[in-house]
Ligand binder design. Structure first.
Ligand code: SIN
Length: 328
């Protein structure tokens, strides 16, 4: 961390949430047998220089393996980001995060924040204790994006590539370059602390701020389940969710995302069960299970589609829509 506070003009706030980037293994040769979320975010900044006239400030918001990410952590993170975005001393925000649900947190923040400054999530595929950890360079690159004049919106930085929250997906289980932006392509690249943009920064949504303010209320997340359509699929799982919903069981399902084949098609058994769910008042949305492309709507489609959103992002969008309709 910089200690030249007197000459520093603006801050980059680095919020820690855990992940492999903060993971510890028993030996430096072990890149997979580690425990995620062990090293504090202040320690992750050791040796990372702030760009000239910036100061790095570290704060721990959570310390989890991101496979265990929860809506309550998203709300706490969004609240802290919203406060920092409103602070003129803060130029941008970096969030250190596990890779496994990074795209979900990024999409959540993209949906709820009016990010007129950069909010940059970053991560690592190797633990902090690795012989050659990828975390420090990723943090350095993310800080460079967060300190870039005119940058805005929620993005993800990994292996020198900048991805928009809307498009990014984890696509590899092991390689350090584990993310891709599909058809949309990346937002840009970070090279020796300089950002080279491939396209404009994401538009800032005006609608986002309402959620960011409302998140102070600590909403309970509406339950939305994802059901995969596949060869030999059956509707029993959906029917049991519908039965709970009809009984009014606490925490019963409010929405279903159907991870559909190709251009949004469904196994007939899933389609029939989903129609029963919709008739029972459960919101049903189709998202394609293909990793690229979007669902092109056709006349007569029985269920709305999520366009290019993956099923995990469509689930978040549906949760926020359900929260929005509750609030109105
Ligand atoms: C996690 O997602 O927290 C663990 C895996 C990773 O960060 O690569």
């Amino acid at each position: 961390m910089s200690d030249h506070k007197a000459s520093v003009e603006r801050h980059v706030l680095v919020l820690g949430t855990g992940g492999t980037i903060a993971g510890r293994a028993a030996s430096s040769g072990d890149n997979i047998g580690y425990v995620a979320g062990q090293v504090g975010v202040a320690e992750l900044l050791a040796g990372i220089e702030a760009p000239p006239s910036f100061m790095l400030e570290a704060e721990q918001v959570a310390q989890v393996d991101s496979k265990d990410m929860e809506f309550s952590i998203w709300c706490a993170l969004a609240r802290r980001c919203a406060q920092a975005l409103a602070d003129p001393a803060v130029a941008g925000i970096v969030v250190t995060h596990g890779t496994d649900t990074l795209e979900e947190t990024a999409f959540f923040l993209h949906s709820v924040l009016r990010a007129s400054k950069p909010v940059v999530l970053t991560c690592a595929m190797r633990p902090a204790t690795a012989l050659s950890p990828d975390g420090p360079q990723n943090v350095r690159d993310a800080v460079a994006v967060a300190a870039t004049a005119d940058a805005q919106g929620v993005s993800v930085v990994c292996a020198g590539v900048v991805h928009a929250a809307l498009d990014v997906q984890k696509v590899h289980t092991y390689r350090t370059d584990a993310f891709a932006s599909g058809d949309a392509g990346p937002l840009g690249f970070v090279e020796e602390g300089e950002v080279r943009l491939a396209k404009p920064w994401p538009q800032v949504s005006e609608q986002g701020m309402r959620f960011a303010e409302d998140l102070a209320l600590d909403f309970a997340a509406p339950r939305v389940e994802i059901v995969l359509s596949h060869a030999g699929a059956r509707g029993a799982l959906i029917d049991s969710l519908v039965a709970e919903h009809v009984r009014g069981a606490p925490g019963s399902v409010r929405g279903l995302v159907l991870a559909a084949t190709g251009n949004g098609t469904l196994h007939r058994e899933i389609e029939q069960a989903a129609a029963r769910a919709q008739a029972a008042g459960i919101r049903v949305v189709r998202a394609t299970r293909c990793s690229q492309g979007r669902i092109l709507a056709k006349p007569g489609d029985a269920f709305p589609d999520a366009g290019a959103l993956s099923s995990v992002k469509a689930r978040i969008r549906l949760q926020l829509e359900l929260l929005g309709s509750e609030a109105n």
